[in-house]
Write a protein that binds this ligand. Structure first.
Ligand code: URA
Length: 493
């Protein structure tokens, strides 16, 4: 019987130790069939044979592991497949004789490694999308946030930096069965797993979120299968909106039929239809949007859907009209829809929208009472492989799109408009300004409206330095609090 060589990892995601030992064993010529990988507290690699020799200490070795294999293993080795370490060791050994092995997608080992990688990436994506924090009051009286999540693979420590970046200024814990991660605003701690009972089951913020979810749910766009692929049922029980999903799906058919049967809303005075194909030249007549005397936001959204004022309508999935309370006193204007907004047809539902929602929640502004829109109504992007990378709209696109923003302003009649970033400021003011010259001051726009300029939430997401994040987050909250206080001091007459 073959003598087996055993290596021991401190944990199932202890990939660094695996690489370290694997390089040493490969340098000594240990065949892949002879490898046993033990994980403290359990065995990762279950197969026949009698484990015998543990490597005494890892000799210093010049054995070079393929960088491509390493990159693949960084994710794939977080899979729960008990054979994963052996697979990667076998690939290491095979690469010695078959240097092009990794480019042969049909090779069973390569295909398996790619499948593990894909499954782990998907699990990571699901975790970034479906973790929901519940607010609690920590023993020191300060707010803290706890989430419960059940990933399929050993991804928790690897994904932790994402949550640190995203929620840098919150104190939070994410509890999972195998690992938990805790962030106090400064230090990340990876600790033992927990049980669902350790996590709270609800908080007041969830009502806002549930209302919001129910509002953006469009029965006509419902594709149950696609929805379940993107949001598999097993994640539903952790989502505050989950108990809305079944009834919403159930009622979708009748709501869709009602939507189809409902007569189209006809504007009292038809709004000027834009030319059908190419972008018209920008003239003062188009820059200063007259706007119709009486249309509804619904009919305006229909008109926006056929907008051809600039070329951005072509690659975008759909127009993203403003959304919110039709008589809001407070209007927020962002830059343009992002990838997720383009798909959902609703502004600020992606990563920047998350930051925005959390900030509103922190200062006590109810988003459902506001009107949220963008200076530019179509997503401008650059295709990069399967991804669509955001591209900043240019001044011509902003100026063409002001037509729609002006009509939204006319219909909603907000008292205060908050410009989120420079594009929004140009959309509102009709000229380019710097954030630093206007930030935080409330200024009259005309006899009805005031404006407050602040940063865009995605600016906060791009910051990398911890101190900058903290400072800028607080400054953003302070600007929103200024808006809230001003509205309290200026009731609508
Ligand atoms: N950024 C914006 O400016 N608007 C959105 O709707 C989403 C992201």
């Amino acid at each position: 019987m073959q003598t087996m060589t055993r290596i021991e990892l401190a944990a199932a995601d202890d990939v660094d130790t695996f690489w370290h030992h694997a390089a040493a064993l490969a340098a000594s010529g240990v065949p892949h069939e002879a490898l046993v990988v033990d994980i403290a507290g359990g065995t990762a690699d279950l197969f026949g044979g009698t484990p015998a020799t543990a490597p005494s200490s890892s000799p210093q070795t010049a054995y070079g592991i393929s960088t491509v294999l390493r990159a693949l293993g960084t994710t794939a080795l977080l899979h729960t497949d008990p054979q994963r370490f052996r697979l990667f060791y076998r690939l290491m050994r095979r690469l010695e004789a078959e240097p092009y092995l990794l480019s042969i997608a049909s090779d069973p080992d390569v295909a398996r490694a790619a499948a593990l990688h894909k499954a782990v990436r998907r699990d990571m994506h699901k975790m970034t999308a479906f973790v929901r924090f519940r607010e609690i009051v920590a023993p020191d009286g300060q707010p803290a946030f706890i989430a419960w999540f059940e990933p399929e693979h050993h991804i928790v420590a690897a994904i932790a930096p994402f949550f640190v970046r995203r929620f840098a200024n919150m104190r939070w814990s994410i509890l999972t069965p195998r690992r938990s991660i805790h962030w106090d605003g400064e230090t990340l701690v990876v600790a033992a797993g927990a049980t669902r009972r350790d996590a709270p089951t609800g908080d007041p913020v969830e009502d806002v979120w549930r209302t919001y979810y129910a509002n953006i749910f469009n029965p006509a766009r419902l594709k149950v299968q696609a929805m379940q692929t993107e949001m598999p049922k097993k994640y539903w029980h952790n989502l505050p909106e989950s108990d809305l999903i079944a009834p919403l799906i159930k009622s979708a058919r009748s709501r869709t039929a009602a939507m189809i049967a409902a007569p189209a809303s006809i504007p009292a005075k038809p709004i000027q239809r834009p030319p059908a194909i190419s972008a018209p030249p920008l003239t003062m007549a188009t820059v200063i949007a007259p706007g119709p005397d009486a249309v509804t936001l619904e009919s305006l959204a229909d008109e926006e859907a056929s907008c051809r004022r600039c070329p951005l309508f072509q690659p975008a999935t759909q127009v993203v009209p403003g959304n919110g309370a039709p008589d809001a006193r407070l209007m927020f204007v962002g830059e343009q829809p992002g990838d997720q907004e383009d798909i959902a047809g609703v502004p600020f539902v992606g990563p920047a929208g998350n930051v925005f929602n959390i900030a509103l929640e922190r200062v006590g502004i109810d988003r459902t009472q506001c009107f949220v829109t963008n200076a530019v109504k179509h997503f401008k992007f650059e295709p990069r492989g399967k991804r669509r990378l955001h591209k900043k709209p240019n001044t011509s696109e902003i100026d063409h799109c002001r037509w729609w923003l002006d009509i939204e302003r006319k219909l909603v009649k907000p008292q205060l408009i908050v410009a989120l970033g420079v594009t929004a400021a140009r959309g509102i003011l009709g000229k380019t300004v710097t954030i630093s010259s206007m930030r935080g001051q409330i200024q009259p726009l005309n006899d009805r409206e005031h404006v407050l300029v602040t940063v865009h939430p995605s600016y906060l997401l791009r910051l990398t330095d911890e101190a900058d994040k903290r400072r800028e987050w607080n400054a953003f909250l302070a600007d929103l609090a200024t808006a809230k206080d001003w509205l309290a001091d200026h009731p609508r007459l």
